[in-house]
Structures are given as C-alpha cells and as structure tokens.
Design a protein around this ligand. Structure first.
Ligand code: GLU
Length: 450
C-alpha cells in the first residue's frame, strides 16, 4: 500500500500554529513512509473562502518546506458531491429536514430541561411525501441529514489507540445546509475516496465527525473503505491552559515576516511538542521525518511555548554557516562578511538581530562623550593595545586603564561603550571591539564619527 495523506485547510483565514502542526505531522508521516501528500483546498464555503487566503496558505507551507505532490480545490468538484448526495438519498441514508434554527434550539432546550442529551429526534424521518410536498410548496428549503446507524463505530486510532463512538448518542449530522451549501463532512469523504487517501491525520476536535464519516465512507465506498485515522491532541499554552487567543491565532506569516523565525525552528518545535522526544532543533524536515512515529505522540495536550520557539531559533542561528546566512544578511542589508557573521552569531536569537551589530561595527557611529569623560576617553584611545585587536583585548585594555586612572566599574566601562558605540547599552564590548578594529576604535575614542 502506498501511503497517501492529505492536508485540507479551509481558505477562510491564514495558517496558524495549530493547523500547521496538523500539516506538518501529515508531511512527516508521509515522508517517513515514502508516501505522497495531497493539499486539498476546502473551499466549499464560497462566501468566506478567498483566493488571497489560498495563496497565503500555500506561501506559508512552501516557506515551512511542507511540499505537496498534488493539489485541488473542492469548489471544482461540486458535481461529484451532487452524485454522492444522490447515492445517499437512493440508499435512504440522507433525508431532508425542515426545522428552522429556532425550532431546533427549542427542542434542545426541552431535552436539556428533561436531562436528556440534545440529540436530534429524527422527527423529519416521519414526514410523509405529502408533508414534504406541502413544505416545499410553502417555499421551505430543507437541510439534509445523514442517517447514522445507531450502532457503535470502532476504529484503531493511530494516536489514541482503540476508539469508539456510540452513534446513538450523536445527532444525525447535517451534510447540506438549507441554502444548498455543503458542510465539509461529505465532500471530504468523497475526495478521500477518489484520491485514494490512506491515512487521515487531524486534530482530536474531529473525533465525533470521524465516526459519522466512517459510516459515510462505507455507504459510498463499501465496507472497509475508510482510511486509517489518527487524531492528535490539541495545542495548549505553556501553562497548560487553552492556547490564548494571541497564541492560538499566531499566524505563520507573523512568525516569518514580523518575528523573523527560521522555518526549521517552527517545524522542530511543532514536531516535538506532545511527543516522547526531547524538544530540540533539527536542521531539516527529513531528520524530523526519520524520527517520526505515531507511538511517540502523546494523548495529553502539546504545550506550545513561545520561549521554547525562541530557544530553538537561537540554536539554529548559532550553528548557521555563513553560506546559509548570507542571502538573509544581504536581504537585511547587514552583510558584514564571514568573520563578522561567525563572531556575532552566538549572540543572536534571530538573524535580524545582526543588524544592530553590523551597524555598530561598520558605522558611521557618532561617539557620545560627556565633557567630564573627554580626557579619560582620549587617554583610552592612546592606550589601545598595539597590533590587531582580539577577544582578549578588551579586558587587557580596560585592566590597564583601571590601573592608570583609578576608574572602575561603571565609571570605567560606560564612557568607553558610549564613545565606541554611541549607545549606553548593546552587545558585549569584548566581542565587538575586535570587529570595530583598532583604527575605527581610536577615531571614535577621539570623538570622530566613523
Ligand atoms: N477543512 C477541514 C478543516 O479544516 C478539514 C478537516 C479534515 O482534515 O478532514 O477542519
């Protein structure tokens, strides 16, 4: 059997960390099996789906390295869904219902008051052809429900293990709304069957849908036609609470454009949280795929901690070669050459943090020298160690200055930093001094803007 998975975003919004984790786990599983990935655009909601969202979702997936082998949109396949609808009607498994939202609400309230579960009472099943003709003549538009078997649906979940749902405790799901639009349930099954999808991996918020879908698979594709299913635990915040609104809607676009994260930091974190593996950065998706196993996924929620994402990002940046960094540096207009990159990278969390360093190194920097420090700073310029500056130069130099002037602590260090960088705060002086170089350092200590 050739493994085939699908990721099925609805282009009604952007990708965020939660749905990217689903995409990632699908891709990792497929790659671990030499299988294929289908990107299905679930745009049956024609009002809320936009081309702009679809393009942005694809751009995000490409940036993350989550490629696909095949893609299509559901809006191109309405004829298939119509045929499936007819097949279910012919089998007596899809029936029209005329209750309004208000009527359904009232029924649920009464059930709750009687301590009964709010399961649809199937009143529409007893409508006669005459009743229906009358309602149609009144201009009432039906919505359509799938008739569940009422039995127990069992499957071995790839993540949750042996699972079951008693369909008697679930309402017959609405597959088609009164306005004729399809909910995702039926089109998804039709497409999974047509595309020969072998594994459905999605969040555990879909578990109840899965039971109904297994019955729809069997109605349309025959016994045993439902793909294997895995339902992953949802993401929670670092404190174990529901993902906050801000984090839950954290878009990949923001992580990329505003924060400047590396795609592999995002993928590494999302692949490792909620698993038995340690959360650590990996250089490429193939490594993550090689390490992927359903058995490692925990049933308890996966904690998404932005601080951990930063830690992984920093680790990737610290190990990034100049060749890999160079295009990014060029785009930031902050390419100071290989030596600068190699010296500076251990201090960075994001590649873009390099900008500040390069600006201080290359200048022009206007030295900030207080009147009362002018003599001291000038003397410091005269006392700069001879020859090329190294990682030790700062401590050798400030040690000698301390001895010569009696200054120490802030009175010693702050005027030097202010003269050399024009700022009160910034990178470690011991590291930046050799990059500034003796010539520029001396000039700045003499008050020259270079
Ligand atoms: N478009 C559906 C969603 O985003 C797909 C669910 C599925 O993976 O089957 O919820």
């Amino acid at each position: 059997m050739t493994v085939k998975v699908r990721f099925a975003p609805s282009p009604t919004g952007r990708l965020h960390v939660g749905n990217v984790r689903t995409a990632l786990l699908n891709v990792l599983f497929a790659r671990s099996q030499g299988g294929a990935v289908l990107l299905r655009i679930d745009d049956t909601d024609l009002e809320r789906s936009t081309q702009e969202n679809e393009d942005a979702i694809k751009a995000d997936l490409i940036w993350l390295g989550l490629s696909w082998d095949e893609t299509f949109k559901q809006s191109e396949r309405f004829d298939k869904y119509e045929a499936a609808k007819q097949s279910l009607i012919d089998q007596g498994l899809l029936y029209p219902c005329y209750e309004t939202e208000d009527e359904l609400d009232r029924k649920r309230k009464i059930q709750r008051a009687q301590s009964k579960p709010p399961v649809y009472d199937r009143a529409a099943l007893s409508l006669t052809d005459e009743d229906k003709a009358k309602l149609d003549a009144e201009g009432r538009k039906p919505h359509w429900r799938f008739k569940l078997s009422g039995g127990r649906i069992e499957w071995t979940d790839l993540v949750r293990g042996p699972s079951h749902i008693e369909t008697s405790s679930v309402s017959d799901p609405i597959l088609i709304r009164a306005d004729g639009s399809y909910l995702y349930t039926l089109p998804s099954v039709v497409d999974d069957l047509d595309s020969n999808v072998t594994h459905i991996i999605r969040g555990e918020d879909h578990v109840t849908n899965s039971a109904a879908q297994i019955e729809i698979f069997e109605a349309l594709g025959g016994q045993g036609s439902a793909p294997a299913m895995g339902h992953t635990a949802l993401l929670v915040g670092a404190d174990g609470d529901k993902l906050s609104k801000r984090l839950g809607s954290l878009s990949i676009e923001d992580l990329r454009e505003i924060d400047g994260y590396e795609p592999m930091a995002v993928c590494s974190l999302l692949a490792k949280i909620g698993t038995s593996d340690a959360v650590d950065a990996r250089d490429d998706l193939q490594q993550l795929a090689d390490e992927f196993e359903f058995g490692k996924l925990s049933r308890t929620p996966a904690r998404f901690d932005p601080e951990e994402l930063k830690r992984l990002n920093a680790k990737l940046v610290h190990a990034m070669s100049y060749a890999d960094a160079q295009p990014k540096l060029a785009a930031l207009d902050a390419d100071g050459g290989e030596a600068v990159w190699l010296t500076v990278r251990p201090n960075l969390t994001f590649v873009k943090d390099v900008i500040e360093w390069v600006r201080l190194i290359e200048g022009p920097v206007t030295p900030a020298i207080a009147d009362e420090d002018a003599d001291f700073v000038s003397q410091a310029g005269d006392m700069l160690p001879e020859g090329a500056l190294t990682g030790e130069s700062w401590s050798v130099w400030t040690g000698a200055l301390k001895e010569a002037t009696g200054r120490k602590g802030k009175a010693l260090f702050k005027p030097l930093r202010m003269a050399l960088t024009g700022q009160e705060r910034g990178p470690e002086m011991a590291e930046i001094l050799p990059l500034i170089g003796a010539e520029k350092a001396k000039a700045r200590l003499k008050g020259v803007t270079v």
